[in-house]
Write a protein that binds this ligand. Structure first.
Ligand code: GLU
Length: 305
């Protein structure tokens, strides 16, 4: 892929307002893309959990921190036909199987010998015709799983180095017909020329499955940078329950977006305490190798300093 088409992206789920942790990840994605001459794209991952109006508020918040991106913003709900075609292609190529298992059956099934913890136990992989007929007769619609021919895959991550993780027969279409996140993300990154994926390190363990799927589809795997998360002072991933953590809530408490940006920059060792910064300045200071590798612990007293 030529650098001209190379792109980074931020792919929020429009399920509510972005919190400081999301904004920090978005800023890092922007910095990684823009300091390497890439286009920067935004993709709304709205296949589920979408809340009306949240997308527009998320975009406004990103813009208020100074971020810019190529238009149009892509919405996954407008791409269902494309996911359907890819799922069909995999199915026709013999790369999938239908899975009738409930969540509970999966949890209760004995795991296959040597299978890693949490891997799909393989229940529906080799059903006999009679067993399949019995499952169909229950009336429960099947999910579609990938027929994985490996149990692990290795990706390269700018912060984590070489990372090898589990690949199992993961779901590519849920049993309500919705394309699964792991499928949509791979299809979209490839279609959009995304060759650099920057996101929270809670998704590091998903990267091997996604890279494996990209390879099955004949696509190049992107370079990853899984960045540290923002945690509350209990060490738990920041969430709306942690009080004023969105730009709207912080503004209501008298903390403007410029202050939020300054604190995020400080947490990344890109600014001095209290220094007002803009994105070009942060880009000029940005060095992936010097990024803090620890989570940012954010407490309510953060904004009083
Ligand atoms: N939509 C996912 C999220 O908001 C991110 C997916 C990705 O960056 O690959 O957690």
């Amino acid at each position: 892929m030529s650098t001209q088409h190379a792109a980074g992206r931020y792919a929020p789920s429009p399920s509510g307002d972005l919190h400081v942790g999301n904004l920090r990840t978005a800023l890092l994605a922007w910095l990684f893309a823009r300091t390497t001459g890439r286009r920067f794209l935004i993709r709304m991952e709205d296949l589920d959990r979408a809340v009306a109006g949240a997308d527009a508020r998320q975009l406004a918040d990103l813009a208020s921190l100074g971020m810019d991106w190529e238009t149009p913003v892509v919405y996954q709900t407008q791409r269902r036909d494309i996911y359907g075609r890819i799922i069909d292609r995999l199915r026709k190529g013999g790369r999938t199987f239908e899975c009738y298992c409930t969540r509970r059956e999966i949890l209760e099934a004995p795991s296959a010998p040597h299978a890693p913890q949490g891997a799909y136990p393989g229940t529906c992989r080799n059903l006999t015709d009679a067993e399949r007929a019995e499952k169909i007769a229950t009336g429960r619609p099947p999910a579609i799983r990938i027929l994985a021919d490996t149990t692990e895959f290795t990706v390269t991550d700018l912060l984590h180095g070489t990372f090898t993780g589990m690949v199992d027969d993961f779901v590519i279409q849920r049993n309500d017909g919705t394309p699964a996140y792991n499928l949509a993300v791979v299809v979209d990154d490839a279609a959009q020329g995304v060759d650099q994926v920057v996101r929270g390190d809670d998704l590091l363990s998903s990267a091997p499955r996604q890279a494996y799927l990209a390879t099955l589809l004949g696509e190049t795997t992107p370079t990853y940078a899984h960045v540290p998360m923002v945690l509350n002072t209990d060490g738990v991933r920041l969430s709306k329950r942690d009080g004023a953590v969105t730009l709207a809530d912080l503004a209501a408490d008298g903390v403007p977006a410029t202050t939020v940006l300054s604190h995020i920059a400080r947490s990344l060792d890109l600014a001095d305490p209290g220094e007002t910064v803009d994105l070009p300045t942060l880009a000029s200071r940005f060095d992936p190798d010097a990024l803090p590798r620890e989570p940012w612990l954010l407490g309510p007293t953060e904004w009083s300093s």
